[in-house]
Design a protein around this ligand. Structure first.
Ligand code: ADP
Ligand code: MG
Length: 575
């Protein structure tokens, strides 16, 4: 080999080594970046950890905070607001009365009692037995209203995302909602931060249009003033069952001149401005409406939980447990308490830096962000942004990633549910929503994992909240002071129903599955089988209309076609 050949061989070898070194370097760098991104995911997983042990700590903290919130005003971050709803629609009492009378007859036959007085005696005896052994002693509300309301009742439902106007027609027998018309529309974004006049004019004019459409194509006679239930799902300090003061806004609303004002009064003024003659019969929030419908359909319903744009819960409490209002009298001995559980705080909550940043950027700090539909998508966006800043696996950092709320929770749910081998839905959403095109498959898988971690934590915390309520009312099967309430007089576990609504729960399949799984883990299989979560769709509105019927100021309804016999219940004021 000549000198030239040798030189050529050396240069070739050197070039090969250089190329190999570049390739290896590139690989090492890309591995390092991948490791950094995986590190972001690991940190997220660790920070979102919700072992059953931790969830039980959250359950205990929730029950303690509930006690504190009931003990004194401001005693806890949980506001535990009184709703003045002490009667829930329930059509079972007529049925039970019937059972009692027939039972009394059979009993007197069996015992060969001859006359009517003996028959009455037998009925009384059965009544005593029933009172002694039924759940009536251990829990209020089982026997409340008669379900005999008839006619048309309306409701307005102002949630966090949607606004609904609806009308139900009651037939006067149990579970006889003859018809229900609902009209939905999104709340215009600009109204969420405008003035109370603008917001309430929008609500009043929507209601007016709805009522006018009905008047055009029906036999409606405008003799009686229509009454409706107003579902207003923000923290309100009730002053009666039909009025209350707005404490603060949540879920991105910020109509500053409203805070401290009476919500019903604002609406009543707006209706007058719009030439609409209607009366707010009840002012409730979505949880109370949902509980009302849940209880109407199933009297074992003791609580309601909403997981939609925001999250909240209410439950039936005994008045003697509401220490901050000692002396409060209700005919039933109980009252629905609106927990405002979005405010719940405990050091056991698994909080991440993303939650802290999100809270810092929000006009409503310390509020329901780990669970609500409004925020989950944005937590995922923040994690992807961090990953994208740590490495170039998403390409150059998309400016869209810095835009708050650009990734919605429904889009996040769609990515989570993508089961296609190439995760094409994930690719589509990253491209269309976040303007991140051509993301490799392994990175798409990473995104799905992020959605999974964020949703799993949310669902498991919601489950812990539900068990917290059950623990407070002695329905969690644990051997506490109130454990007797978990079991009936025969020692068997009692059915406990929780009415559920909100699109995050009803439409996000993985969320629902994770929630149920955690409920079983915390309660144990044996107890969990007696806890039933029942979807009560549109309960917030329909329940408010049912409550409007039972709190109607006139015994006949606004319907011309049907005579009404709705029960009259005076709203009670706090002493
Ligand atoms: P509102 O809170 O206004 O009463 P919803 O209960 O319907 O209304 O909740 C709406 C919220 O639920 C939306 O803001 C969104 O975050 C979430 N959501 C709606 N659809 C889905 C879905 N398919 N998957 C996950 N979340 C959803
Ligand atoms: Mg709602």
């Amino acid at each position: 080999m000549g000198k030239v050949g040798f030189g050529l061989a050396v240069s070739c070898a050197a070039a090969t080594c250089a190329i190999a070194a570049i390739l290896v370097g590139k690989r090492v760098r890309s591995r390092r970046k991948w490791r950094r991104v995986v590190g972001v995911l690991r940190d997220l997983e660790e920070a979102c950890e919700t072992s059953v042990g931790r969830l039980r700590q959250v359950v205990d903290a929730m029950a303690v905070e509930m006690h504190a919130g009931l003990a004194s005003e401001g005693g806890s971050k949980l506001k535990m607001l009184l709703t003045f709803v002490d009667k829930l629609p329930n059509g079972y009492s007529l049925l039970k009365l019937l059972v009692l009378l027939v039972g009394g007859f059979m009993f007197s036959l069996v015992c060969s009692f001859p006359g009517p007085s003996q028959y009455l005696l037998a009925c009384s005896y059965l009544l005593c037995l029933w009172f002694r052994f039924s759940d009536l002693w251990s829990y209020p509300f089982d026997e409340l209203s008669n379900g005999s309301e008839r006619g048309k009742y309306y409701a307005l439902d102002l949630g966090g995302t949607n606004f609904r106007v609806l009308r139900i027609q009651l037939g006067g027998k149990r579970s006889s909602i003859l018809s229900c018309d609902v009209e939905r529309q999104p709340i215009p974004q600009d109204l969420m931060t405008s003035t109370s006049e603008d917001l309430f004019d929008f609500i009043a004019s929507s209601l007016k249009q709805f009522v006018e459409r009905e008047a055009q194509n029906s036999e409606f006679s405008p003799v009686k003033r229509r009454e409706f239930g107003f579902t207003f799902s923000f923290p309100v300090k009730q002053t009666s069952v039909s009025s209350g003061i707005l404490i603060k806004w949540t879920k991105g609303f910020s109509v500053k001149d409203m805070v401290g004002k009476d919500v019903s009064e604002c609406l009543q003024h707006a209706m007058t401005r719009n030439g609409l003659d209607m009366r707010v019969a009840v002012l409730v929030n979505d949880t109370v409406g949902t509980l009302a419908l849940g209880h109407y359909n199933d009297p074992d319903t003791v609580a309601a939980v909403i997981i939609g744009t925001g999250t909240n819960a209410c439950y039936l409490e005994r008045t003697d447990a509401i220490i901050k209002c000692q002396g409060l009298l209700t005919t039933s001995g109980g009252m629905v308490v609106n927990m405002e559980w979005g405010n719940f705080w405990s050091s056991h909550l698994p909080r991440t830096s993303y939650d802290i940043d999100l809270d810092g950027d929000s006009p409503n700090p310390n509020d329901q962000k780990m669970i609500s539909g409004m925020y989950l998508g944005d937590i995922v966006r923040r994690v992807i942004l961090r990953m994208s800043q740590e490495s170039d696996i998403f390409g150059p950092v998309s400016s869209r990633l810095s835009m708050p709320f650009i990734l919605s929770t429904p889009s996040m749910a769609d990515m989570h549910a993508d089961e296609s081998p190439e995760l094409m839905e994930v690719a589509r959403i990253l491209k269309e929503d976040l303007q991140i095109p051509d993301v490799p498959l392994k990175v798409r898988k990473l995104v799905v994992k992020v959605c999974d971690v964020v949703t799993r934590r949310a669902a498991r915390l919601a489950a812990a909240g539900i068990v917290g309520i059950l623990k407070k009312i002695g329905r969690d099967g644990s051997g506490g002071v109130a454990s007797g309430r978990s079991r009936g007089s025969d020692g068997k576990m009692r059915r406990t129903v929780v009415a559920m609504d909100g699109s995050l729960y009803t439409r996000y399949t993985m969320f629902k599955e994770y929630l149920h799984e955690a409920l079983c883990e915390i309660l144990g299989e044996e107890v969990a089988q007696y806890v039933i979560l029942k979807v009560t769709e549109d309960g917030s509105g329909i329940g408010a209309a049912l409550l409007a019927a039972s709190h109607s100021s006139h015994s006949s309804s606004s319907s011309s076609s049907s005579s009404s016999s709705s029960s009259v219940v005076d709203s009670q004021r706090l002493p």
